[in-house]
Design a protein around this ligand. Structure first.
Ligand SMILES: [Zn+2]
Ligand SMILES: [Zn+2]
Length: 497
């Protein structure tokens, strides 16, 4: 985009839904609260929308203990074609900016043009990336609405409250009500089987695994990974359905500690009074000693890579609830299984393997959906890919890990993202990935390509310098800001690695 300081940021996106639905998604608190100014790990605490010209809105999300307020007023409302409002994020900025949303009906669906004015040019790239992500999230929210009928999405496309001269107020917790997932699977159908004594549950975009035979009972099964924040109840319900009411796991074991794999961990570990195990090299990131190397949003393209700026990378602190996996390769609570070191995606990433039937839980060592694309993830297409690019901090190690897993010749594999695979599809796909890893999985450029982050048992020792993405190269001004909602202000990022 041109570097004209007076030019607004403009983002265009097509939607399959009719213009009315796309328009209403900005103003219906139930829907807007799911995506507008929503971050992956935040909790939406208030969505108040007084949808009339001169009316105001207040959308408050709690992010890592802080309540971040987004406030503004509508100065144009012309359903379904146009809406415009001001935005102020008092926590981060003195400035107010203007946003207009124009929706053009198409023969099928519509095209939305978002225009954001009054921004500091240094924030343009970030705002553009932020809104691109936000509109992707809007699309995903609308797609999900087709399945689960949330809010007004499945109801009357009319928006009666627009006529009301009263604000609609709602206190809600967005993440906790994601009952039906994008694939349209009913909650009671989870967990789904992968192999004998192995089932999985999808929490949003991340899989967790329940290992143990059905009806195993108290302390006779193990949970592998703990999914996204807000999914503790869903995971516990699925476990109760499979293993019996009040059946607690013997342990919770982790493939790695990325936030999307440990979101419900503390809640569940407390509820079940269960010990947690991870590789010794992963412990610094689970005990508050070190943050992961910063994600590389320049690789992989797509919304999820952009979104990675939003991901918290500050370490969680599980204290003495987390223990190193036994050095002999056994897995506590899982006779017949062993852990296999598969570093690269993170320094202490492991996979779990059962020799008897060659069942594999691969975490993010490789995945079966293109993790960089929110849409591909929603659709859950089955393809074998290398580890999610934006977080992988050592590509050489990641390649050796995939080679090691391919050498195990797994019969079934469940991965951190995407559908489980088995048989020929898995065998051929994994062999091909191992053989052709550098071309198929490693990005052509990026912060960690050829220059890994270095870590030891105390955490991250060094990270290579950041490299600007060709598309985001806006000179030195683009440093470290982020977020949508927060896209208008500059957030100073924690640069300690
Ligand atoms: Zn990961
Ligand atoms: Zn992951």
């Amino acid at each position: 985009m041109p570097l004209d300081p007076t030019a607004p940021v403009r983002v265009v996106r097509r939607f399959e839904e009719p213009a009315e639905r796309v328009f209403d998604a900005w103003l219906d608190p139930l829907v807007a609260g799911r995506w507008l100014f929503a971050t992956p790990t935040g909790t939406m605490v208030q969505v108040a929308i007084d949808a009339r010209v001169g009316g105001s809105y207040e959308i408050v999300e709690r992010r890592e203990g802080d309540e971040v307020e987004h406030v503004g007023a509508y100065f144009r409302l012309d359903r379904p074609r146009s809406l415009a409002f001001t935005l102020w994020v008092p926590k981060y900025s003195q400035e107010t900016s203007r946003i207009s949303v124009d929706v053009a009906p198409l023969e099928a669906g519509c095209e939305l043009t978002l225009t954001h004015r009054d921004l500091d040019p240094a924030d343009h790239a970030v705002a553009e990336a932020g809104w691109t992500t936000a509109l992707e999230n809007l699309a995903a929210t609308l797609a999900q609405g087709r399945h689960d009928g949330c809010g007004s999405l499945a109801g009357d496309p009319d928006f009666p409250d627009l006529a009301e001269k009263r604000p609609r107020r709602l206190r809600m917790s967005v993440h906790q009500e994601s009952a039906t997932d994008a694939a349209g699977v009913e909650p009671q159908e989870w967990p789904r089987p992968v192999a004998e004594g192995l089932a999985f549950l999808r929490t949003g975009i991340v899989n967790v695994f329940l290992v143990g035979r059905p009806g195993a009972g108290d302390r006779n099964w193990v949970l592998v990974d703990a999914g996204l924040p807000g999914w503790a109840d869903s995971i516990a319900d699925a476990a109760a359905r499979r293993f019996g009411e009040r059946a607690r796991p013997a342990a919770i074991v982790l493939t790695h500690g990325h936030f999307d794999h440990v979101g419900a961990l503390e809640t569940l570990a407390d509820r079940w009074d269960a010990p947690i195990y991870a590789h010794a090299m992963e412990l610094p990131y689970l005990t508050g000693r070190s943050a992961y190397p910063p994600p590389d949003p320049t690789v992989g393209g797509g919304a999820m890579a952009t979104l990675s700026w939003l991901y918290p990378r500050g370490p969680i602190d599980l204290g003495d609830r987390v223990h190193p996996l036994p050095e002999d390769g056994t897995v506590p609570g899982l006779p017949g299984w062993r852990w296999v070191a598969t570093p690269g995606h993170t320094p202490g990433h492991v996979s779990f393997f059962r020799d008897a039937d060659r069942a594999l839980i691969a975490g993010d060592a490789f995945v079966t959906t293109r993790q960089e694309s929110a849409l591909a993830m929603m659709a859950q297409r089955r393809e074998i890919h290398g580890p999610p690019k934006y977080y992988t901090c050592d590509w050489e190690a990641a390649r050796r890990s995939v080679e090691a897993l391919a050498a195990l010749d797994p019969e079934t594999a469940g991965t951190g993202h995407g559908e489980p695979l088995s048989g020929e599809v898995l065998r051929v796909g994994l062999q091909a990935l191992a053989r052709d890893f550098d071309r198929a999985a490693v990005p052509t450029y990026g912060r960690y390509v050829g220059r890994p982050a270095r870590a030891d048992a105390t955490g991250v020792v060094s990270v290579p310098r950041d490299v600007p993405h060709p598309l985001l190269r806006l000179g030195a001004g683009f440093a470290v800001g982020f977020a949508l909602g927060t896209a208008v202000q500059r957030l100073t990022r924690d640069r300690r690695a």
